[in-house]
Design a protein around this ligand. Structure first.
Ligand code: GLN
Length: 273
């Protein structure tokens, strides 16, 4: 038996060089104990085998592997989303994109939504859970789609997954197309945090020379793939929003800022003719 406080201190020192923030020892304990963070506060002592299991997680975390990959899931818009090394771990700013899509779809009957580069399937799953839209999601990675399918199933979401290089094998027109495509310029990948650079799939990060390759493909096909009054909602990297809006000829563009004040989402509506 060991006092939880002491155990958490030891875990904190084991992961001090790699932890993203001070909450990680708590999350490790919650994972091992199978409880929430509020319930954790009510515990004084933990058994030795619990502490040993926490230390095993911390040892792996000290290698730089993201906590989400070690414990196998993360939270996204209140849902539990499974992740592994085949998919990008969902980020908080992407929750904003999913929320914007849900707001757009709320009052539309018979709407169709497409999530391009779905990765873990987080965006598609959240949209399907929160709206009545028919949701299609695509990715070029078969392994990512396996994770995405599992996430939809676990969360009771009905999503049609398509193995496709961008729009290639995606049929029909949509009321909304959402995407959080890879957008890091190739030359910046080496400079990313170790936990991203060494553990997350390169294909989910690399957006080509200027980071905008995927937006060019989207811009070239979006007008064809959207219904009348359809909208495109794209997450982007810092400083990319204006350039992306320029690529979207024939669309009225607005941006949404994230929690840090960065223009993070480009919303584009087809100009009516
Ligand atoms: N659409 C997924 C997400 O938002 C994956 C994004 C990606 O792989 N670039 O997390």
């Amino acid at each position: 038996m060991i006092a939880l406080r002491d155990a958490l201190c030891e875990i904190a020192s084991m992961i001090k060089d790699t932890a993203a923030d001070d909450s990680e020892p708590d999350w490790i304990a919650c994972h091992v104990l199978g409880c929430g963070r509020a319930a954790l506060r009510l515990r004084r002592d933990i058994d030795d085998d619990v502490f040993a299991a926490m230390k095993a997680v911390a040892t792996e975390r000290a290698t730089g592997r993201p906590l989400s990959q070690i414990i196998g899931y993360t939270g996204f818009c209140g849902l539990k989303i499974r992740v592994n090394g085949d998919v990008l771990c969902p980020r908080p700013e992407t929750e904003l994109l999913a929320e914007q899509a849900i707001i757009f779809l709320k009052d539309r009957k018979g709407a169709r939504a497409l999530d391009l580069c779905t990765g873990s399937g987080c965006i598609a799953t959240v949209i399907a859970v929160n709206t009545r839209a028919e949701v299609v999601a695509s990715d070029i990675s078969r392994k990512a789609l396996e994770v995405a399918e599992e996430n939809a199933r676990q969360n009771g979401a009905k999503v049609k997954f398509v193995l496709s290089d961008m729009f290639g094998d995606v049929d029909g027109k949509f009321d909304i197309i959402v995407s959080n495509p890879p957008y890091i310029p190739t030359s910046e990948i080496e400079g990313l945090d170790r936990e991203v650079r060494d553990f997350e799939p390169r294909a989910a990060l690399d957006g080509g020379e200027d980071g905008l390759d995927f937006y060019r493909t989207i811009a070239a096909h979006a007008a064809d793939k959207l219904k009348e009054n359809g909208a495109l909602m794209l997450e982007c990297g810092e400083g990319q929003a204006a350039e992306i809006a320029r690529l979207l000829d024939g669309f009225d563009c607005t941006t949404v800022v994230d929690y840090c004040g960065v223009e993070r989402i480009v919303k584009a509506v087809k100009k009516s003719v």
